[in-house]
Design a protein around this ligand. Sequence first.
Ligand code: HDE
Length: 726
Amino acid sequence: MTPTNKSAGSRRPKPTDGSNEKQDQLAASTAENAPRITTNQGVQIPDNHNSLRAGVRGPSLLEDFILREKITHFDHERIPERVVHARGEAAHGYFEVYKSMSQFTSADFLQDPSVKTPVFVRFSTVAGSRGSADTVRDVRGFAVKFYTREGNYDLVGNNIPVFFIQDAIKFPDLIHAVKPEPHHEMPQAASAHDTFWDFASLMPETTHMLMWIMSDRAIPRSLRMMEGFGVHSFRFVNARGESHFVKFHWKPKLGIHGLAWDEAQKIAGKDPDFHRRDLWEAIARGDFPEWELGVQMIPQDKEHSLPFDLLDPTKLIPEEMVPVQRIGRLVLNRNPDNFFAETEQVAFHPGHLVPGIDFTNDPLLQGRLFSYTDTQLSRLGGPNFHELPINRSVCPFHNFQRDGMHRQTITRGHVAYEPHSLNDGREFRIDGGSAGFQSFPEEIATPKLRRRSPSFDDHFTQARLFFNSQSAAEKEHIIAAFRFELSKVAGAIIRQRMVDNLALVDEKLARRVAEPLGIGAPDPKAAAGRAGYREHRMKLPLEESAALRMADTGDGSIKTRQVAILATDGIDSASLKPIREALEQAGAQCKVVAPRLGTVTSASRRQLEVDATFQNMPSVMFDAVLVPAGAQGCEALARNGDAVHFVLEAYKHCKAICTVGEGVQLLATLGIGAGARSYPAGMVVATTPTTNLGDNTAALKIAHEFIAAIAKHRHWDRANLDGVPA
Ligand code: HDE
């Protein structure tokens, strides 16, 4: 089968709302396989199984241009992976603004609620290679390319609103420290090693971001369940040239949810593509992920009204101080056709701006403005990457840039400069004037120097605000994460330095982290005496910010949640049916998990289709577990180590569990039997005799309790989790 130029786009029904513009453009470059195989020059290939030889047993011939072309192309199939954010996945969709933002910005895509702007969004981890696991502890990239009618606008953000460093000049050091160590290239996609913590402990400005990265934000349950942030302060500029500082937020409709750390580590082995698969499958079955775009705006003349510097990317603006206005909606509704052509070749750049949006002097952002084009030159092999189908703007582009590697456009005429007069004798200048992109004319009268502003000094107050804002369970997770990471650090001196720094955030936090690390008590004075320490200057008007915790976020639905139904021969399918129906009606995805594929035969001789086995989809792939009734089936499950482990592990990872009738037997290892007076949070144990559960009212009551338990995401406050063997 060989690709032809026939459009693949024609297979899909076309939306009529305008969001189709990019899809139509891509269709022109999309190819289908065809039943005729040719060389790249179009010559038909007679035999794709045998190279040209001198005799059937003789040597291959150099003149075999068909063999040479095929192998040469194969040899060059790889391009350098991104130096950071190498592992990613992407989707197409659209953005629509709720109401005109003309008061604040002239950006065309933020004016008219009836316009749907096509987007391509790429999510990524930062430290790992292209083939690394999805669920590693890391910040996630959240890069959005808007194909607006005025050109491409890229909002290249992360799922954490602050960054490790304040100045771009430290970025190579940060990345060298977090990437695998240079002598043995270990560990892959992990910050839990000496070089990262050595750097972090010597750079107190990393402290705020460290708090976030040690939180469950860094191990998202799904890419569909995380926030996104522009991180830096940008500018909105309206038609009158007035500027507001703006911070961008993406708020996920499904709430912000994390994995348990033990679960994340196990998934990294059981299904390294966990997030990629989750995103792909949700879009494929029509559960389109959604985010709202939020903005925090500060008028230009209020630049210095906050107790910290707006230009400092290690600081966030608490939502209680400047509320987030939700101004539009992002929907991802189409998977890419080809990973390499789209997800790999897409080139983002914070400098891809449209009129009405501008930069600020954030020294991290300023450095990024250089880096992104530079990196595409080596990654995509030349200056024409804007011509790749995924990177082309949907509006036309013209200029006198010419030639270079892989040029696609065939520009006619003999003039490649301006001004010129050779076309028709008239003098020709084609600047846009006031119609073009206008940089905000900020006045800058200041000496040139290599120095950090003192307004960037305080590295601990916002770290403390973040820690104070967490729920009790989230705080415990942060402490556990610090302990885990630092326990992997061989240098005791680094562990000590790190907990000394943490004592400047919160002494109790530092003491708790230090406990199992075999080092001395945290010493805030030592930390304060080291280079890089700056005085705490910031006076925040709040002690905690509810918007910074993950607990109780989202619309409270269980849409797209994965529920495992444990089954084997002899379970009671009648008791299962109404609960399963209620779960599916509420938007959950149920899968029957059994010792083998095929079908299981229920107590009433019904055949139940099996979706997965205990081995190929263990409990870490699910959000909740349902154990149906049935004396014979449940006895068999209780004797099956994999089934018991499934439930234990789900319990340990604080997931909702529901057992019906005899299903309670699977809880024996947890010391939970039928008739217990109370059950741990998130456990729905229906002791109703199996036969009575055919009664819909009883079954529905159980279903609703179970749904409420799943909607809580996780029941983090279960007691004695350390005692559960899983
Ligand atoms: Fe990036 N970053 N970055 N970064 N970044 C890249 O560009 C860089 C930073 C972010 O899905 C690279 O095309 C510097 C902050 C995302 O393709 C590179 C600095 C934030 C992606 C680069 C930063 C980001 C990148 C590598 C410090 C959040 C993936 C490949 C000055 C606001 C985009 C590429 C995608 C990718 C440089 C800091 C987000 C090398 C020098 C802060 C989401 O150019």
